[in-house]
Design a protein around this ligand. Structure first.
Ligand code: ADP
Ligand code: MG
Length: 677
């Protein structure tokens, strides 16, 4: 059985056994038949004609009509790839990977050959690649190396309605190059019917509408607000499973942790249902889900069983799962929020918009009449939800984008052609931060440090930490830390039934209260010493997959160090050197202990706390630097390391003054005497 993600198994020309060959061939033919059934198919020629006649085209069609998988293939069949590659951007990396895998199957080629994908830290393309699915962020980075995108004949900015930061910036850039590259075709595709805005922005580009097929969806609300939506979602899933006719269930949750919890509870509760109830197959899908497991959501549900897909927002429009008849919508998603006044950014669980709620409901009515269970009241829906999600550009830290634009030679940011401009305050904040990080000079021009930083596909504070490590002779250690931080919070494994063991294993890496960054380094180095042993990971409750990913990222960061001519040197025994490098990038994230055990950020006096999972949660050092903030019940600092307050003035004299850090060390630590006063 060939699964979706294993495009290579489909290369039937390489198969020896003729039986296998004919099986694969007929599967291939079956796929061709499926392609013809998509709503997109009857409009193939009309679309090709429209592309031929217009340089820029806005394409609108329901999710699942075949925009992402079919349009690049049609264009290829029509010969556009003779002049260059076709790029198709996706806001989410899982979508880029999954869709590329599907299209490689449909074309009967190996994934990574003619059809490939490119996401941050993972390039699955080759010389042969003609259809390239990529995250919008990756295409943005390609401008750095190729400002006119000369290797592409078509750029399709897909899922435009998502309005991610990178997509919004791409709009401005592709609009600009389209003017001096008349041969370049530009497609802007979107799932929402509100396409006029895109058309207006692209100088009244024509809109191509693909009529959707949509069945009625019966929507129900709860009578009263749910206190615990996760539990309500689980109970509703089980009720549907036990009482409703066949058809799969799609549950929208906010993130990996929540999905894993739901998965565990569902497994536990279905065990108690007895044998009279049919099987419930639980399929999680979220950004960090390992590739092999992603395919599972697309496998047809066996006769008599029912599938329940636990998904993040990714299933709202980016991925279409066939067979969904029931949607459970708790009404939340995880969203970045940004306070331009303080420059503080935080991920938080937020109510969705009406537009999102309607997209979610629509997922149940694709192949037949569906049902959507909203776990909030009708009053909530009508009165509390915003109509549309605010574009990311208006609610995020812009430092990264500003650095990229500056590297592209775009200086006048206030007059950049934004579809919706970011708040001026946020732009200024970004410039201020980049100046504080020494990436820009007083005139707002890119410095040597800034140019080096821009080479790294990381947030400016992380890239600054890496670039600064040259001064402290610890670049080798710092890129390991940066790689581990980039993997996210999936290094340590904490099974419910072995929490004590897992916690003990974890504490081993914290000996000496070295802080979370050093602990990550220790994990990485210990794993390396065992020659990257899987067994070692099991014994220490470490996720092998995350470690392998960290190793890949690390290798790439090492390559980039070489490119910016920073020597790889290790200084693992000099704790202060490593901490100073971290501080060089993260000094805006410093906080000071309060009497009650909470912290105050040094710059803006916000109250924050050390996350309970931190090795320093019980230690409570007087001064700390943190990697990020997460808002759950409180504003938590995640990945925390102790610092010496005098470093702040030493490293960032234009950002902190002596008075900011005075109280403690002027009294307790006389070594401040040598500092400028
Ligand atoms: P759109 O972009 O218009 O939302 P897609 O091109 O993504 O539509 O999807 C068209 C069809 O292809 C859908 O019916 C979907 O089920 C199928 N499909 C897309 N990706 C995959 C995949 N990775 N595995 C299996 N089927 C897929
Ligand atoms: Mg799509």
């Amino acid at each position: 059985k060939a699964s979706v993600m294993e495009g290579d198994k489909f290369d039937y020309e390489e198969m020896e056994d003729s039986h296998e060959k004919s099986k694969a061939k007929s599967a291939f033919e079956a796929l061709q038949e499926e392609r013809k059934k998509l709503p997109m198919f009857p409009y193939r020629d009309e679309l090709l004609e429209a592309v031929h006649n217009h340089q820029v085209l806005v394409i609108v069609g329901e999710t699942g009509s075949g925009k992402t998988t079919q349009i690049p293939q049609y264009l290829h069949e029509a010969g556009y790839t003779k002049r260059g590659m076709i790029a198709c951007t996706q806001p989410r990396r899982v979508a880029a990977m999954s869709v590329a895998a599907r299209v490689s199957q449909e074309m009967g080629v190996k994934l990574g050959h003619e059809v490939g994908y490119s996401i941050r830290f993972e390039d699955c393309t080759s010389e042969k690649t003609i259809l390239k699915y990529m995250t919008d962020g990756m295409l943005l980075r390609e401008f750095l190396g190729e400002p006119d995108l000369a290797s592409y004949s078509v750029v399709m900015v897909d899922e435009a309605h998502e309005r991610t930061l990178s997509t919004d910036i791409l709009f401005g850039l592709v609009k600009d190059i389209a003017r001096f590259r008349p041969d370049l075709k530009l497609l802007i595709s979107s799932a929402t019917l509100d396409a006029e805005k895109f058309s207006d922005y692209f100088d009244s580009a024509p809109i191509f509408r693909i009529p959707g097929r949509r069945y009625p969806v019966e929507i129900s609300y709860t009578k009263a607000p749910e206190a615990d939506y996760l539990d309500a979602a689980i109970v509703t899933s089980l009720q549907i499973h036990v009482t409703q006719p066949p058809g799969d269930i799609l549950v929208f949750l906010t993130g990996q942790e929540e999905i894993e919890t739901a998965e565990e509870i569902l497994k536990h509760r279905t065990r108690g249902l007895g044998t009279k109830i049919s099987e419930l197959i639980i399929c999680p899908i979220y950004a960090n889900l390992p590739t092999e497991l992603q395919a599972k959501i697309f496998e047809p549900t066996p006769e008599g069983a029912r599938k329940v897909v636990l998904a993040t927002n990714i299933a709202e429009t980016s991925l279409t799962i066939d067979g969904i008849k029931y949607v459970i919508d708790p009404g939340f998603c995880k969203m970045k929020s940004y306070n331009p006044r303080t420059g503080m950014e935080s991920l938080l669980v937020t109510p969705i918009s009406k537009a999102s709620a309607n997209q979610r409901a629509g997922r149940s009515g694709r192949t037949g009449p569906g049902k959507c269970f909203r776990l909030y009241t009708a009053y909530n829906y009508h009165n509390d939800l915003d109509d549309n999600t605010v574009p990311e550009i208006q609610r995020t830290n812009l430092a990264n984008v500003v650095l990229t634009l500056k590297s592209l030679g775009i200086h006048d940011l206030l007059n950049f052609d934004f579809m919706d401009p970011p708040p001026a305050e946020a732009l200024l904040k970004a410039l201020e931060l980049l100046f504080a990080l020494s990436a820009l000079n007083k005139l707002g021009e890119l410095t040597k440090v800034g140019r080096r930083m821009a080479e790294f596909p990381l947030d400016p504070m992380l890239s600054k930490m890496i670039v600064a490590s040259e001064n402290y002779k610890c670049s080798d250690d710092i890129i390991s830390i940066a790689a581990m931080l980039s993997v996210g919070n999936s290094i340590f494994y904490r099974p419910k039934d072995k929490q004590v063991h897992a916690d003990n294993a974890r504490l081993n890496f914290h000996t000496g209260n070295v802080g979370d960054h050093m602990a990550l380094l220790k994990v990485y180095n210990s794993w390396k010493e065992t020659n990257y042993s899987t067994q070692w990971c099991y014994e220490n409750y470490i996720q092998v997959r995350s470690m392998k990913r960290a190793r890949d990222i690390r290798d790439q960061l090492a390559g980039l160090l070489e490119r910016v001519e920073i020597e790889l040197t290790s200084n693992a025994n000099d704790l202060d050197a490593i901490k100073k490098s971290i501080t060089s990038g993260f000094f805006p994230h410093s906080a000071r202990l309060q009497k009650n055990g909470s912290y105050r950020t040094v710059k803006h006096s916000q109250t924050v706390h050390i996350h309970p999972s931190s090795g320093l949660a019980q230690v409570l050092p007087r001064w700390v630097v943190y990697h990020e903030l997460v808002l759950t019940t409180k504003e938590y600092m995640r990945q925390v390391t102790e610092l010496k307050p005098e470093w702040l003035v030493e490293i960032a004299p234009h950002y902190y003054q002596l008075k900011d850090v005075e109280d403690s060390y002027s009294k307790k630590m006389p070594r401040g005497a040598g500092l400028p006063s």
